[in-house]
Unconditional design. Structure first.
Length: 80
């Protein structure tokens, strides 16, 4: 898998909008370090993304679409 050797990240930082990788590493930090459930980790990641997009004054997807995309990343990661 593409992220097996990377450590989860406590924040999504950078001068650019976050990549899929950075979003997923933040999700994993919420899930493994804070021991949040998958839905709670998805919520925390979604809120963080909306805050970043808001600062950039970008229109965002609906919350349901953001959460769906994050869940799909997690499913991709856990797929055998």
């Amino acid at each position: 898998m593409w992220l097996l050797d990377k450590a989860p990240e406590p924040d999504i930082l950078g001068a650019r909008l976050p990549s899929r990788e950075r979003v997923f590493l933040f999700f994993m930090y919420q899930h493994h370090v804070f021991k949040k459930t998958v839905p709670d980790s998805v919520s925390a990641t979604s809120e963080k993304l909306k805050a970043i997009w808001g600062k950039a004054k970008l229109t965002t997807k609906t919350d349901a679409n953001i959460r769906k995309n994050i869940k799909n990343l997690f499913k991709e990661y856990t797929k055998p």
